[in-house]
Design a protein around this ligand. Sequence first.
Ligand code: HEC
Length: 144
Amino acid sequence: MKKSVVFLVIVVLMAFMVDTALAAKAKCPQKRKTKKAPSSLYKKDMTSKADAAAGKKIYDKTAKPMACKMCHGDKGDGMGKLGMALTPKPRNFTCKKTMKKVTPGQMFFIIQKGSKGTGMVPQKTLKDKDIWNVIKYIQTKFMK
Ligand code: HEC
């Protein structure tokens, strides 16, 4: 009798652990209903001269009201501390299938204007140059 109770407890605990591990895993492909940038901006790409190191500072620290990594995460998979609590989830930059449709110009559009009705608010303190820098950082760090 006792043995079977212990066994049952172990099974329940393991099921719980598997469940939380799955819940904390980034989704790929990720559902994406984000508004598309106007076509001229969608095709625009100014990242060739952008500075990834300057972009990293924005991503990790200086973006207002909050650093990008709070939501998009250290690994760029959308699993930042705050990101996990959001619906829809922050973009998983590491997911090639989803990011195929997200051009640099598309990223620029959403970073500047935000994605209405989601946690992705307009990044009003960033100048155009800052935005291209943070895009370059995301590309080189998470999208390879
Ligand atoms: C408060 C949480 C939060 C913060 C902070 C945040 N984001 Fe997001 N971000 C989101 C969410 C949620 C989405 C998904 C929006 C959607 O599904 O339309 C998103 C989407 C995106 C996308 C994808 C756009 C697309 O067309 O798919 C990019 C690029 C992006 N964020 C860049 C950034 C950058 C750069 C920063 C920092 C300057 C930042 N985000 C800060 C929550 C956040």
